[in-house]
Ligand binder design. Structure first.
Ligand SMILES: [Fe+2]
Ligand SMILES: [Fe+2]
Length: 194
């Protein structure tokens, strides 16, 4: 796992936030809510998979947004930075849980899932939380809701009808979590002769 530094990632979070212009007030309101009422800035990104460490959710959200902006600039420059920042930073906001009910509980050994939380998919909880504060476009809502792509059965709902934003958010999430966060080496076997 690469080294992660909380102060550095808070600065990155702030600099990404500065790309939000049209919905700045709503965005700031949501960040204030996340900071004061949820564990978004403290929670891990998972219990056993990627970034199961304190602040892991922040590191993951910032990392996905950075990857997403790179892909957007290369493939879909017509998409707005603002859309990418909102979807990148908040696609997993549901992992923070709800006010007074975090999704992840720290035990002596590891993080565990809080069973005292109304059950729903993380992505749906993300949509539930974000849309209380930020007016989302339909493609932003699709991107947040279906960001797991075809890795989960619900992805079938939109299979072959994914918008560009969902497609690149899914790939940015996947690449960041599986390759960057886990320092996955390039595995290459050169051609050989028998
Ligand atoms: Fe996710
Ligand atoms: Fe994610």
């Amino acid at each position: 796992m690469p080294l992660y530094n909380y102060d550095q990632y808070i600065k990155k979070f702030e600099s990404l936030s500065s790309l939000v212009k049209k919905r700045k007030k709503q965005f700031d309101g949501f960040v204030k809510f996340l900071k004061s009422k949820t564990e978004y800035f403290i929670a891990p990104a998972s219990t056993i998979y990627h970034l199961n460490i304190e602040h892991g959710l922040l590191y993951h959200s910032v990392g996905v947004t950075e990857t997403l902006l790179k892909i957007k600039n290369a493939l879909a420059p017509e998409l707005e930075d603002e859309s990418c920042v909102i979807c990148g930073l908040f696609h997993d906001a549901g992992k923070a849980g709800l006010p007074g009910a975090p999704l992840y509980i720290k035990t002596k050994k590891a993080y565990e899932i809080n069973k005292n939380l109304v059950e729903m998919q993380v992505a749906i909880r993300s949509l539930f939380l974000v849309s209380k504060y930020i007016d989302l476009s339909a493609d932003e809502a699709q991107a947040i809701t279906y960001h797991d792509g075809q890795y989960i059965p619900q992805g079938k709902d939109v299979a072959h009808r994914e918008t560009p934003l969902l497609t690149i958010l899914h790939f940015a999430d996947f690449y960041t979590a599986h390759i960057i966060e886990q320092d996955m080496p390039v595995i290459h076997h050169p051609p050989f002769n028998f």
